[in-house]
Design a protein around this ligand. Structure first.
Ligand SMILES: Cc1cc2nc3c(=O)[nH]c(=O)nc-3n(C[C@H](O)[C@H](O)[C@H](O)COP(=O)(O)OP(=O)(O)OC[C@H]3O[C@@H](n4cnc5c(N)ncnc54)[C@H](O)[C@@H]3O)c2cc1C
Length: 493
């Protein structure tokens, strides 16, 4: 018989869990503190410009398709996937430019120009990342890793072949001579908010996911996925309530019994799923007496991923130099990551990412203009660095100056809309741990085993889905976290 299930948060994790549970015949209520679905997958519209304010790249679209199939639907009826090529245009301060794409011949022809010594290595490295994918996808991503039974499916021999001992940087430096390719491949560690100088080389698998499986955009913007999931949930009968923050999870004898709202009223449910950050769930939404001191400490010490500083610029002109995804690299990558992860200050010379969706979707800016979503990695919130309007203007100006120096001529004078999002906003808006943008960091060798589990080991009938839980951050992994939470729940019924 169907259960009553309460879900906290309508991020991608909460919506995915809700759809799966409703498709399984449960009665699902979903509460979201903000007025719209998607969580960090959000959008802003102003003066004819449209910006995705969170994700701009979708990888592993088969994970999205699988969700719709599970719910008896076809994803193509809800979203239009657009492969992006080149995947990314990389720019260096000496003027070198590289359009990296899934078209191997085209990519190799360019490498032949700027890093001929590494042309063979590029192919070999892709082979190595493919091998990593084969060994890790089933074991770590598709596996709930919850019980001893799940661990049995781990091939012991594979554990020693997933390159967990060197860091991303060490492995990449061993494989490539070219400083350009070294920087390109180290960058993939940032896809889950980690440092290439700390994260295990296993993370090199991300390069395979993008370069071999492809990178996608959704027609209309990535936010289309949030609205598609909301539609799917509504069709399946999920009751979604917006502008409703859950104050706490009601427990009795360490068993979740429902939720309490800000006004003190409560709703009882058989089971609670939390899509709120795991740290927030355990330390803010549960009464203290639910967790032992050591358990609380363990959660307090979870290292969040990095955060980010976002600037959205609506401009009256287009820039020849830009394609859909663009990177302007810093001169000293190691220094940049030392600043973000060790010194926890803003990088002096940040690597700048720009998504220009008007390159693919002309309607995202008034005619002749462009909508530039600019993201630089920033430390998660600490007392060292406080955010205010002045700081945004100052740091934003540094970025604008750098972009003008690197070929976006006249950028400043053509700005019509300028908006910022800071690490503090990521906490205030979505309650993410210290404003992190990808959840839990992968800066340790055994990160895959250390992320909070999808079923709480402390509280019965409490499940967790989202980037801060297993298997990690980014759209496809968050959707997998929801799938794992529901799978574990189902097998216990
Ligand atoms: C700037 C940026 C760029 C990114 N780029 C990419 C990218 O290109 N590709 C990619 O795959 N990923 C990217 N990501 C990461 C991706 O967006 C996240 O991993 C994913 O969206 C997180 O989903 P989630 O469900 O875990 O959490 P969230 O999106 O944080 O959702 C949690 C939801 O719970 C709600 N909530 C929390 N507490 C409560 C409460 N007490 N009561 C009610 N509601 C509550 C929050 O309001 C929120 O809506 C990016 C993220 C950011 C911010």
């Amino acid at each position: 018989m169907g259960k009553t299930i309460g879900i906290i948060g309508a991020g991608i994790g909460g919506l995915t869990a809700a759809a799966r549970l409703a498709a399984d015949g449960h009665s699902v209520s979903l509460w979201e503190k903000n007025g719209r679905p998607g969580g960090k997958m959000n959008e802003v519209r102003e003066s004819g410009f449209r910006f995705d304010t969170g994700p701009s790249l979708l990888t592993m679209p088969h994970v999205v398709r699988e969700l719709f199939e599970y719910c008896g639907r076809n994803a193509d009826d809800y979203i239009e996937l657009v492969p992006v090529n080149p995947l990314c245009r990389y720019n260096w301060q000496d003027g070198t430019q590289f359009d990296c794409s899934t078209d191997l011949q085209h990519t190799l022809a360019q490498i032949q120009e700027f890093a001929p010594e590494d042309t063979e290595e590029y192919i070999k490295f892709l082979g190595y990342t493919a091998d990593l994918y084969q060994k890790t996808a089933g074991t770590f991503i598709m596996n709930p890793l919850q019980t001893i039974k799940d661990l049995r499916s781990l091939k012991k021999s594979d554990i020693f072949k997933i390159d967990a001992f060197p860091t991303v940087s060490t492995r990449v430096d061993r494989c490539f001579t070219s400083p350009y390719l070294r920087q390109v491949f180290k960058r993939f560690a940032t896809y889950n908010g980690s440092s290439p100088y700390l994260a295990p080389a296993t993370i090199n698998v991300i390069a395979y996911v993008e370069l071999c499986l492809g990178g996608y955009y959704l027609k209309g913007g990535l936010y289309q996925l949030a609205t598609a999931l909301e539609k799917l949930c509504t069709e399946l009968g999920v009751d979604i309530v917006y502008d409703t923050e859950i104050r706490s999870i009601i427990t009795e004898n360490k068993t979740a019994k429902g939720v309490r709202f800000e006004d003190g009223s409560r709703t009882e449910t058989d089971v609670v799923f939390s899509n709120s950050d795991a740290t927030h769930t355990y330390l803010q939404l549960l009464d203290e007496n639910n967790l032992k001191y050591k358990q609380q400490q363990k959660i307090q010490y979870i290292e969040p991923s990095c955060s980010g500083f976002v600037m959205m610029l609506g401009t009256s002109v287009r820039f020849e130099k830009l394609v859909h995804h663009n990177i302007f690299f810093s001169k000293d990558y190691e220094k940049e990551f030392t600043e973000i992860f060790h010194r926890k200050v803003l990088p002096e010379d940040p690597t700048i990412y720009i998504a220009d969706t008007s390159y693919t979707d002309a309607g995202h800016a008034p005619e002749g203009g462009s909508n530039l979503f600019i993201l630089v990695n920033a430390p998660y919130l600490t007392e060292k660095l406080s955010w205010n309007e002045q700081k945004c203007l100052e740091y934003g100006d540094i970025i604008i100056n750098k972009l003008e120096q690197q070929g976006l001529d006249g950028l400043r004078e053509h700005i019509e809309v300028r908006k910022h999002i800071t690490p503090q906003d990521f906490y205030d808006l979505y309650r993410s741990n210290k404003g992190s943008i990808y959840g839990t960091s992968s800066n340790q060798q055994l990160s895959a085993f250390m992320r909070p589990r999808n079923k709480s080991p402390y509280i019965r009938n409490l499940y967790l889905a989202g980037g801060s839980t297993h298997p990690g951050g980014g759209i496809p992994l968050v959707m997998m976290s929801a799938r794992h939470a529901v799978t574990i729940f189902n097998r216990e019924q």
